[in-house]
Write a protein that binds this ligand. Structure first.
Ligand code: TRP
Length: 329
């Protein structure tokens, strides 16, 4: 089976944008691929963060992955820092990566603008660690959103550069682009994000979700109930595409255009469908919280299973680059 690797940052609260864009997609892949899903804590420290909250964020993120269906019988869930070989390989990759390539990364340029006070080496080196994450498992496919294509392409280039210099070692991973609709924040303008206060949390209680939907932006061209709507300009319709059944989506599309259905009713249908899908995930999170030992076991076994894979690959790498001494085993 081909291997898949993807990563998620333990930054803040997971929202339905993360769920639809990444996690739900990851769940669909577990039967067809050998999947490793990673909570990338070493990536998260490249920007300012609250040290006291980090442990909770790592655990909460991993818990959501498991509760969403990424259980240990189906795939590996692992925390990046539990497998230090990722950072070791990143160092080796540093020595085949041209700085110019890193400086032209869109995400680096954006983050450097947002964090002028702290443009650290880690921020620049971020994509090299990401390449190490992927290549240390010799993953063939990387399910990510549009914004990560450039990073996966760089990891292909790093693989090529390493292979040319030290001999064929790493396959070039391919992007597996999700066809999930891109949900915007409840303001209908910006990408969903907790810091913009426009996010619907995956673990928000149903009543909070209902309230957020009630006040959420709809089609800007529809001022009155009698105006015909334009679903293609409505973020609520995008959410329907993510959470409602095909016949329901078609019917809402038709009735919105003819003003046959109002926004209040439309949102109520969405609310029901959303809660139907994420309610069971919330239930499983509550179940997991009742057994704290369970997540510790999941993450320990995840780290052990990864260790077996990466030990072999790092042995090959150290041999190829000439640092492995014969008397070391
Ligand atoms: N950079 C990714 C993001 O922000 C997270 C990530 C880290 C990742 N390592 C990865 C994604 C390896 C895919 C593969 O979403």
């Amino acid at each position: 089976m081909d291997r898949i690797f993807s990563g998620i940052q333990p930054s803040g609260e997971i929202h339905i944008g993360n769920y639809v864009g990444a996690i739900r997609n990851w769940v669909r892949l577990v039967d067809r691929y050998d999947c490793v899903y990673c909570v990338v804590d070493y990536h998260a420290i490249t920007i300012e963060y609250e040290v006291a909250l980090m442990q909770k964020r790592i655990l909460d993120t991993a818990t959501i992955l498991v509760a969403s269906g990424l259980t240990p019988d189906k795939c590996i869930v692992v925390v990046q820092s539990h497998v230090p070989e990722h950072t070791e390989l990143a160092w080796i990759f540093n020595c085949v990566t041209p700085i110019g390539e890193l400086e032209r990364m869109t995400q680096f340029k954006e983050k450097a603008k947002q964090h002028r006070q702290n443009i650290n080496m880690g921020l620049l080196d971020y994509p090299v660690l990401q390449a190490a994450d992927i290549l240390i498992y010799k993953a063939g496919y990387v399910p990510v959103g549009e914004d990560q294509i450039q990073h996966v392409e760089l990891s292909r280039e790093i693989a090529r550069k390493f292979n040319v210099r030290f001999g064929d070692t790493f396959p070039e991973p391919k992007v597996l682009l999700s066809d999930a609709p891109r949900i915007l924040g409840t303001d209908g303008n910006a990408k969903m994000s907790k810091s913009l206060n426009n996010a619907i949390g995956l673990l928000d209680p149903p009543e909070a979700i209902r309230e957020k939907l009630r006040t959420a932006a709809t089609c800007p061209h529809r001022q009155r109930r009698s105006d015909p709507g334009h679903p293609e300009h409505c973020n609520i319709f995008t959410m329907h595409q993510a959470f409602s059944k095909p016949d329901q989506i078609a019917s809402i599309d038709r009735h919105c255009r003819t003003a046959g259905i109002g926004c209040i009713e439309c949102k109520e249908i969405l609310f029901k469908n959303m809660v139907e899908e994420i309610g069971p995930i919330q239930d499983r999170v509550r179940e997991i919280h009742k057994r704290p030992q369970y997540m510790i076991e999941v993450l320990k076994s995840g780290a052990d299973r990864c260790k077996a894979i990466v030990t072999e690959v790092m042995d090959e790498v150290r041999t190829k680059i000439g640092v492995k001494s014969e008397w070391m085993s």
